[in-house]
Design a protein around this ligand. Structure first.
Ligand code: ADP
Ligand code: ZN
Length: 531
């Protein structure tokens, strides 16, 4: 009968109804909440929008004491706390944006047992005074939000997160729940190791976002392609456009505005007030487009983002998944659209080479990029590839809601084309002791007598003009795919092309090189498909 049900379950459900006004738990929320209410540690991997917050908010309300939430999203704490207070939850935060009096008041509330939830920035825990404060109150649980920030290899690494392992040492009886939307196996391992959560139960939600349509199109004139995509498929919709540099953010926002699409820029170079104003307009208004660097989006909860567009290649699949995951939190059809081309590959490879970090760091970065490139170049289902990357089993059939499923790309035998490119690189290097970038290699292959070709006597090379069977676009695609497959490499600040160890096997005819065919015309609009 009813009385046999665990008390916690009904209390948790009652809290869901009474405080949050929701009918039922989603996915694994209930199992997670019961586990934490009962005092267990947990590692929760759930995609963005999956409903992670309730997994610690409800246990904090059900268990005696204050739930302490560690979050790096200082800019959002005020909003989070306001939203909770509006629901009648007693919440407060301590971070660097507060003045002394405000902080004293929150501290007093905590010590008096008058807080259900206390949000803390991670750097606070480096201060002994904070630890001392926490020891003098009663803590119901520790929630470590955005737990992947502890991963040194991730793009959100926060050194302060490394200190969080002390929570378990100082408060061995307080349950800890770590939450993240990043879920490669390596990240799991790092979180459990660095946060010292060896016995935490793992809750891994499906990473599939069936309502998001994944599309990656060859980059020709990216701003124009974006405009066509927005006009044809997302007129009047809210969305995010990601660019790599502040400069391209500004130019793209101006371009869209000039073409009748309301767009605002967002990047770390803008002053805080402008950033805050643009962010709140995006949250409040219908149909505003934010053009942003990756500085924008973490923790943003806007359910009706209809598209996320990338004009530049993300550095990793984790980044791509997190950014595209901001689309369609309401479950309605949405598009993840990206324009990707040869220069993206060259630029990212150069960035890794010239970037900071030791050899191991660079190798990790290169591996991340390789996985991202493989996703761009795949002729198979993109969703399947994404899920496989996160260690999840994709369906045997394609998803039916990504570009490669909707219009399967043709492949061709690019072995001879690859040999032509590689021989040109070899000739230049062996016969002339020269290295050149993709543009010059293509001009040589096409037999173009440009000023630079004449200047270097490249029309005298035996390979001059051997590539007239293909178009310039085909050659760009070939070189891009050779770079993506590691059969060619980029060197130095000018992005010159050089051979890799694997190149030899192609030149010696020991392997074939299947390539994706470049569409004659960049894939334009396609009807929206519900998941
Ligand atoms: P995450 O932190 O995983 O990105 P949130 O915790 O912000 O996700 O939740 C995403 C949205 O889903 C929020 O608007 C939240 O209120 C809503 N939500 C979460 N759980 C439920 C539920 N059980 N029923 C209805 N809505 C929910
Ligand atoms: Zn698919």
């Amino acid at each position: 009968g009813i009385t046999d049900m665990p008390v916690t379950e009904s209390e948790a459900l009652a809290t869901l109804h009474r405080v949050f006004g929701y009918e039922v738990f989603r996915g694994e929320q209930q199992a997670i909440i019961e586990h934490v209410v009962a005092g267990g540690d947990a590692l929760v991997l759930m995609p963005t929008g999956g409903g992670k917050s309730l997994c610690y908010q409800i246990p904090a309300l059900v268990r005696p004491g204050t739930g302490v939430v560690i979050s790096p999203l200082i800019a959002l704490m005020q909003d989070q706390v306001d939203a909770l207070r509006a629901l009648g939850v007693r919440a407060g935060f301590i971070n660097s944006t507060q003045d002394f009096d405000e902080r004293r008041m929150v501290e007093a509330e905590f010590l008096a047992g008058e807080l259900d939830l206390l949000y803390l920035a991670p750097e606070r825990l480096r201060v002994e005074a904070t630890l001392d404060l926490l020891s003098r109150g009663k803590i119901s649980l520790f929630a470590i939000d955005e737990a992947h920030c502890v991963s040194q290899w991730g793009h959100d690494f926060r050194p302060d997160y490394l200190a969080l392992s002390l929570l378990g040492e100082r408060w061995p009886d307080v349950p800890r729940i770590a939450l993240t939307a990043t879920a490669t196996h390596a990240t799991h391992q790092e979180i459990t190791g660095r946060l010292d959560l060896p016995t935490a139960r793992h809750f891994v939600a499906s990473f599939d976002r069936p309502n998001i349509q994944y599309r990656i199109v060859p980059k020709a004139d990216p701003k124009k392609q974006l405009l066509a995509f927005l006009r044809e498929e997302h007129a009047g919709d809210a969305g995010i456009v990601y660019c790599l540099s502040r400069n391209s953010v500004e130019r793209t926002a101006e371009f869209l505005t000039a073409n009748g699409i309301e767009a605002v820029p967002y990047h770390a170079g803008l002053d805080a007030a402008t950033r805050a104003a643009h962010q709140s307009r995006f949250l409040r208004e219908d149909g505003l487009v934010v053009v942003a660097t990756i500085a924008f989006g973490m923790g943003i909860d806007k359910p009706d983002v209809r598209f996320v567009a990338h004009l530049d290649l993300p550095k990793s699949i984790e980044g791509y998944y997190q950014e595209t995951g901001r689309a369609g939190r309401d479950g309605l059809p949405s598009t993840a659209w990206m324009a990707y081309g040869l220069n993206d590959v060259i630029q990212q490879r150069k960035l890794i080479q010239s970037g900071e970090g030791d050899e191991a760091f660079r190798r990790r970065a290169a591996n991340h990029l390789d996985a991202m490139l493989a996703l761009c170049e795949t002729a198979r289902c993109r969703r399947g590839q994404l899920l496989a990357y996160f260690g999840q089993q994709p369906g045997a059939q394609g998803c039916g809601n990504c570009d490669t499923c909707l219009v399967p790309p043709e492949t061709w035998d690019g072995t001879v084309a690859a040999q032509k490119v590689l021989s040109t690189v070899v000739r230049l290097q062996r016969e002339r002791g020269q290295k050149f970038g993709a543009v010059q290699i293509i001009d040589i292959l096409l037999g173009k007598r440009t000023a630079k070709v004449i200047q270097f006597d490249h029309d005298q090379l035996s390979v001059f003009g051997i590539g007239q069977d293909l178009t310039e676009g085909d050659w760009r695609g070939t070189i891009r795919q050779l770079l993506a497959q590691g059969l060619l490499a980029v060197e130095g600040e000018y992005g010159t092309l050089v051979l890799t160890e694997a190149s030899g096997s192609v030149l010696r005819q020991e392997r074939e090189v299947p390539l994706r065919k470049e569409p004659k015309k960049p894939a334009g609009s396609r009807s929206r498909t519900a998941g």
